[in-house]
Ligand binder design. Sequence first.
Ligand SMILES: [Zn+2]
Length: 114
Amino acid sequence: MGYCPECRSEYQPQITRCDACGVDLVAQLPPEEELVPVYASTEVLEANLVRETLIAEGVDAALTSSEDHVFPTSGVHTAHRVLVARSATKHAYEVLDAALEAKLFGAFGEIVKG
Ligand SMILES: [Zn+2]
């Protein structure tokens, strides 16, 4: 049994290479790293700016959106969350703290910790 380390597809034992990615298969996939939210915003543009700021600083970040009540205002908002790998959260918070201090963003959201 082989797995592609790039796309995580599973292959039959006789296959040694992932056609889609062009990489050699591995016997076992490393555990997928858990993603944790580091920033939540009501504005997708702001969340995207946060994501781009993190990526520019070398922190791989993703964006998810969901409807919920995380904000101190009334009613249901669409919350846009910026996610990073758990191992990158310390670096991410350093980048976010500095960016918030410089007022690059923060008008529509806040840092999520814990
Ligand atoms: Zn692949």
